[in-house]
Design a protein around this ligand. Sequence first.
Ligand code: ADP
Length: 575
Amino acid sequence: MKIKTKLNLGVGLLFLLIILLSFVSAKYINELKADSENILVANYNSLEYCRNMLVSLDEDSEDAIQKFEINLKNQEKNITEIGEKETTLKIRMNFEQKRLNKLDSLNKAKIRKDIFRLMDMNMLAIQQKSEIANSTADKAVFWIAITGTICLLIALILLVNLPSNIADPVKKLTESIKQIAAKNYSERVHFESNSEFGELAKSFNTMAEKLEEYNNSNLAKLMMEKRRIETLINNMQDPVIGLDENLKIIFANEEAIKISGLSNHELIGKFSQEIALKNDLIRSLTQDLMIGEKENEQKQKTIKIFSENKESYFEKETLDISITPTGEANSKLVGHVIFLRNVTSYKELDFAKTNFIATVSHEFKTPISSIKMSLQLLENEQIGSLNYEQKNLIESIKDDANRLLKITGELLNITQLESGNIQLSILPSDPKEILFYAINSTKTQAEQKQITFEINLPKNISKIQADNEKTAWVLTNLISNAIRYSYENSIIYLKILQTENHVQISVSDTGQGIAPQYKDKIFDRYFRVPGTKKEGTGLGLAISKEFIEAQGGQIMVESEFGTGSTFTLIFNKFR
Ligand code: ADP
């Protein structure tokens, strides 16, 4: 049955019963009213007339006779009971006789007797009529109670059934909609088919069916796409590993499985934290993710992996994958992808290059030294005197030999750093001593440009933890750069500063300075600020940085383009 019909029927029936109740109540109230009126008019008035007649009967005045006459006339008009007419007629006759013979006391007694009979008659009638009225009242109570109870019952049935009749399907429908929202497309609803909810359920089920169909067809497409991407990743020459946000490995291509030394099922679906306990490669690949190292994001690292009986080099790149879920404003992290680019061939070439440079620069050192020695001999007056041009030539050959020696020295240093052959001897060292060694090494260079040093040192300088030779090399390089990139006749400020735990050595010049965009790059290997006219390899600062950092120190630069630069070395104090 339709909800509308149910509502109409229920409320309509209730309405009809309320009308019936009103009608029954009105009917019985009317009957009761008629009964009481009947008693009042038919009998109570007769009793009143009889009482008045009795009062007038005992008085003999004309006025009393007159009153009796009036009441008797009223009684004659109000005859309602059986026998009342005859008794009233007798009273009339005896009254007329009494009028004629006023002293007839027998007549008076007869009248009184008849009046009393009349009163009894009416009293009896009142009693009977009141019983009828009582039974009418009982009937009224009965029928009103019956109709009222039926009304109450129907109202109760409506109260119990109607809200749940409407609310229950709405609740069920809400639950089903929630299921659909949670992608449970197999959800269906079943309501009484010929109600409005039945139609609603039909439409809902059709919608759910279509969604299910759509979902299934999309699922097939998605599965196809997934397989395509899996094949693509599997065919990649480089290892790729995918992890979810909890670092569970969700995919790894064949190359990744091969280098990990694990089987497919030992890797996929497992938490990397678990595998890392027994697999070094997975540990080193996921370490930064496990400790949530943000700064390493997108940063490439070279990793050495020993697999299939040979050493391979890979450049690791980790990408964080974030998506913005439909309907949400913020994106959330859903996983990471680790790419390993095989750089073994480049590394091999790099090794070859480093070896070549190391050999060549090493081979260059001896002839350059012998050139320098020969030049010194040539300069010796005892061997023979040289004319002015010859002396100039020797000076320029000396400069070139020195430059060559500096370049070969730098190349040798860088090859040592690249091959990891750098040997440090970190000892308590005197920063002042190192500074003066560097000043002495660069004195001639400074004099050539009429550059003077202004030295500022505190008293009682603490010793530092440093490798004397390497630090002296770095400081010489910094002062040499300051001279090279300064104008003639300028001053270079050399300063030592002490803090609680550190000693700082700084070299400041008033030269051309470094443009801000190059400040971070000058420490890169082979980098030279574009447009730099002075000769150089671009290796000095790179070597300096590595030397200083290998000793646990720091190198920093402050520069204002056009005004000069300050290079500072920071060392830990020796304790
Ligand atoms: P180079 O052999 O070219 O001097 P460095 O590594 O020592 O190599 O320096 C790298 C670059 O940094 C230089 O080419 C130069 O442009 C810049 N640079 C280094 N020191 C200074 C300085 N004191 N003033 C200005 N520029 C400098």
